[in-house]
Design a protein around this ligand. Structure first.
Ligand code: UD1
Length: 416
């Protein structure tokens, strides 16, 4: 796929943000906890969603697409304890099926996951937590073999508040009778969404600021759940408006974006918070102030919003700094932005950005989801035409229709 963007068009209108991919994927995995019917709503149309659905179907679920964004998940008999390795390796979130299948079947063999090439991304915290619940684990040829006669509730301390490990352990603990405590869990909005879903299945979950308690049951029931709007897509459209001129209402849950909004406001971006979204207004270029950003787990600045921020920093007079603390390979887009005229130097995990007057269109390559979105955003504000090459179709893994949504706001952008 190739996207051609002609810069300089103002954005105007409203974006209804799609459902969150990072909520939908773990919730689909957690449907393995019950044989009852589950109805999921607000599911985005993404390749990664199709992957998790294919995995569920391989291990014994029937997944029916009802109307746009609604799926009914049913049992089709016995579950299988070997999900297909090729599908598991496609994305990291698919590894989350291990815990629920282990809790249901007592035995499972799951391939180690793949995902975006943004760093090493081990799963040691997932595995240590499962071991604390009594799982016996063995790794051979890239496959994790897990066994447990019966899992036990446990007190687990995460040395890092990993989103995936927190989700994996809370969904597994949901089917383990007794109280499991996770200390130092992730606090991302998607964790709250998964907790709501698990409550719907009948689990007792209390989230506190430094720990969470999960009261598991031996059997869970069906439920209906609507996933939260995607704060990372909402953030992308918010930054896009700050970059191009115009005024856009981004319909979302505003507090989910507060870490990003605080930084944008510090730069001088005008954002008004309403109960059901954000009004972003920008009438003129070159008015922003440089900032220092460090990515952190929630409620810190989100790592996924680091790349899309970079075109804005690149066009802000003065020197900004951005330190990436989660992923070592998040900077794949920097070389491409420099080809468009940005002045960015990398010192280890810190980017030093000197503001330039303008970016110029160029042919650039998308290497992961957010890097792809970043280059599209850069194209919106660049002189001339930018062509973003996305041969491996990274962008559609994170945005159901990035080009169409921006076009509807007035951007000149076409698929080639
Ligand atoms: C999720 C999001 C991703 C986001 C990230 C951080 C999904 C599908 N993806 O990814 O978009 O960028 O949260 O907000 O929800 N780590 C370990 N050992 C582990 C687990 C993680 O060392 O067992 C490290 C990772 O290598 C990384 C950091 O912890 O450096 C953050 O990872 P984690 O919070 O687990 O992110 P994901 O759940 O993979």
């Amino acid at each position: 796929m190739k996207l051609g963007i002609t810069g300089g068009r103002p954005l105007q209108g409203e974006v209804v943000v799609e459902g969150s991919k990072n909520s939908a994927l773990p919730i689909f995995a957690a449907t393995l906890l019950t044989d009852d019917d589950v109805l999921l709503q607000g599911i985005p149309t993404l390749k990664d969603v199709q992957t998790i659905i294919a995995i569920l179907e391989h291990v014994g679920k029937r997944v029916e697409n009802l109307v746009d964004g609604s799926y009914r998940i049913r049992s089709s008999g016995q579950l299988s304890h070997v999900p297909p390795p090729l599908l598991i390796r496609r994305m990291r979130a698919s590894f989350l099926v291990l815990g629920p299948l282990l809790a249901r079947l007592g035995e499972v063999a799951v391939s180690l996951p793949g995902g975006d090439a943004i760093g090493l991304r081990p799963v040691d915290l997932h595995l240590k937590g499962l071991q604390a619940m009594g799982a016996e684990l063995e790794q051979r040829d890239g496959i994790v073999f897990a066994r447990a006669k019966s899992l036990q509730p446990a007190e687990i301390h995460l040395s890092y508040p990993s989103v995936g490990a927190t989700e994996h352990l809370m969904m597994t603990a949901a089917l383990v009778p007794g109280r499991t405590v996770i200390r130092n869990p992730a606090q991302e909005p998607e964790i709250h969404d998964l907790a709501d879903f698990l409550r719907g299945l009948g689990t007792g979950i209390e989230l506190h600021s430094t720990f969470m308690e999960i009261d598991g049951c031996p059997e869970l029931q069906g439920t209906t759940h609507t996933v939260i709007p995607d704060r990372l897509c909402a953030g992308t459209y918010t930054i896009a408006t700050a970059l191009a001129c115009g005024e856009v209402f981004v319909r979302c849950i505003p507090w989910h974006l507060r870490p990003l909004v605080n930084t944008l406001r510090e730069m001088g971006v005008q954002i008004e918070e309403q109960p059901d979204g954000l009004v972003v207004t920008h009438h003129g270029a070159g008015v922003y102030r440089p900032v220092d950003i460090e990515t952190r787990p929630y409620p810190g600045f989100p790592t996924d919003m680091h790349p899309p921020m970079m075109p804005l920093l690149a066009l802000t007079a003065g020197e900004s700094r951005l330190r990436e603390t989660l992923y070592e390979d998040r900077f794949s887009y920097v070389k491409e932005l420099c080809r468009m005229g940005a002045d960015i130097r990398l010192w280890g995990q810190t980017a030093i950005v000197r503001g330039v007057k303008e970016l110029a269109g160029a042919e650039v390559q998308a290497k992961d989801i957010r890097a792809g979105a970043t280059l599209v955003l850069a194209g919106l504000s660049a002189r001339g035409t930018t062509v973003v090459h996305d041969e491996e179709e990274h962008i559609p893994r994170g945005y159901s229709d990035l080009a169409g949504t921006l076009r509807q706001l007035g951007a000149e952008i076409e698929e080639r």
